[in-house]
Design a binder for this molecule. Structure first.
Ligand SMILES: [Zn+2]
Length: 481
């Protein structure tokens, strides 16, 4: 194996073991912090491939680092494997939960982790065959859906000596990104009141649920006075037990999002004041908890361009008639405007813009859409952000989902468990592996990427958004290990 074509061919020849792994992780559908079987499956595989495994990064027992080779450069691939609660789905192209399974891979992290792993393994094959020196790392990163697995790993120094890193997220089109994602704070507000008979003596009670509701009303009024990209969303995680008891305990769980840390801090401070106000109004007490956080994403443009060149070399994904029909059925189940939304805020080449109306009608964009996302500020978040402020990083997106399928919904889980997702995942593995090969083969590429990174971070050294005192949750493996 000498050339980029050899590398691409190796991945194609070995694809079955990787698609099999992605399917197993899809079947496990383990949620954040409890990805015991998924992480073990990957770590065992990498150990067999000659990687050295270190478990329990940052005190998280489903996180690991797998390392192969020696010396510089050290290139990392950041994988994920957590599923989403409540989004169980079979591989049918219509909504159908899996019997006896509660969670589902409705963000395609089974593909994300395995695609990054496949790229890492392929690169070791090439390094070995060519006698090139360097270190390959695969990061088994838990709890991306709680937006803080990598943030805790970053705080523990796991990414500090990386020269560069790659990550890919399944999507609806093939596209390295120069855009960014907003940061997030994950906060819980718990109110303590006084129980009383809600019929007989309600005047003796102090309702913690009232406090939660008043807090939410306050935050909903705050919406008018934040900037456009700020997001504030909540779920009530406890609201009492019985209507005839004034609830003494209630709890609401918030995600706050903004692009800049400063703005996020300001919004968090105002939300905190609203919570205090709600406690004052209801004569309850309030306890605020900081659960986790992640930073915005700093995508390295030089690495994105390398990935773009690699994408052109690999060529588009080809889907079968059967796959198109399958994706069409999923797309038809979602509103038409979902397709228009995909291009929102995105800078696309004029040639693509002209064909936009036509592209939006297609169930799978991959065959036609290979582009660069130039400047979009996405209002979802990813803990890849924290890694991106420590080492030059490029996020790649490839088509694994039907065009109109909404994020975090059943249609995403369906294609993530079958051939459409497999093809998108292998596509990503090839592109990342080829781009990484460039970095190992010619130090000038890495120099350019690091120059850009140095300029972008000179006045903004990485600072963890998670306070020192906050620890990640830890669960014991129910299966034992
Ligand atoms: Zn995701």
């Amino acid at each position: 194996m000498k050339t980029k074509h050899d590398l691409i061919q190796w991945l194609e020849a070995e694809r079955n073991q990787f698609t099999h792994m992605a399917d197993q992780i899809w079947a496990y559908s383990e949620v954040a912090w409890r990805e015991f079987r998924s992480s073990k499956l990957q770590a065992d595989f990498l150990a067999d491939e000659g990687f050295h495994i270190t478990w329990d990064i940052a005190g998280i027992n489903t996180s690991f680092v797998a390392q192969w080779g020696a010396g510089r450069p050290i290139i990392g691939f950041a994988g994920e494997y957590d599923a989403l609660a409540g989004l169980s789905q079979t591989t049918q192209p219509y909504q159908e939960p899996r019997a006896g399974v509660e969670a589902g891979h409705a963000c395609g992290h089974n593909l994300l982790g395995t695609g990054c792993l496949a790229a890492a393994v392929a690169v070791t094959q090439w390094l070995q065959a060519t006698g090139t020196k360097g270190t390959v790392r695969y990061y088994g990163c838990p709890a991306e859906e709680r937006t803080s697995g990598k943030t805790f790993m970053a705080r523990a120094g796991a990414f500090d000596d990386l020269d560069a890193a790659f990550n890919f997220h399944p999507d609806r089109m093939n596209m390295p990104s120069k855009g960014t994602n907003v940061g997030v704070y994950d906060l819980t507000f718990r109110f303590h009141g006084r129980a009383a008979h809600a019929g007989g003596s309600p005047h003796r009670g102090r309702s913690a649920l009232d406090a939660v509701e008043l807090m939410n009303v306050g935050v909903n009024y705050l919406r008018e006075h934040v900037t456009e990209k700020v997001r504030m969303h909540y779920v009530i995680t406890h609201g009492g037990n019985l209507p005839n008891v004034v609830p003494a305990e209630a709890e609401v769980w918030y995600f706050l999002r903004a692009l800049e840390r400063e703005e996020l801090d300001q919004v968090a401070e105002r939300v905190n004041k609203i919570a205090q106000g709600a406690a004052l109004m209801t004569e309850t007490t309030m306890e605020g908890m900081f659960n986790g956080a992640c930073s915005s994403v700093l995508n390295n443009h030089y690495l994105a361009d390398l990935q773009y060149s690699a994408m052109e070399l690999v060529g588009p994904i080809e889907f079968t008639e059967e796959e198109r029909a399958y994706a069409q059925q999923i797309s038809d189940a979602y509103p038409e405007e979902n397709a228009r939304d995909l291009f929102k805020d995105m800078e696309v080449p004029p040639s693509i813009r002209e064909r936009m109306a036509d592209l939006q009608q297609q169930p799978l964009l991959a065959e036609n859409f290979q582009a660069m996302d130039e400047r979009r500020v996405a209002t979802g978040s990813t803990d890849v952000g924290d890694l991106s402020w420590i080492a030059p990083l490029s996020m790649l997106r490839t088509a694994c989902f039907a065009t109109r399928a909404s994020g975090h919904s059943w249609g995403i889980a369906a294609t993530s468990g079958m051939s459409i997702g497999h093809k998108g995942m292998m596509h990503a593995a090839k592109i990342m592996a080829v781009a990484a090969l460039d970095l190992y083969a010619d130090p000038r590429h890495l120099q350019r990427a690091r120059q850009e990174f140095g300029a972008a971070t000179r006045d903004r050294p990485y600072e963890s958004p998670i306070p020192d005192t906050v620890r990640p949750p830890r669960y014991e493996d129910p299966g034992g290990s």
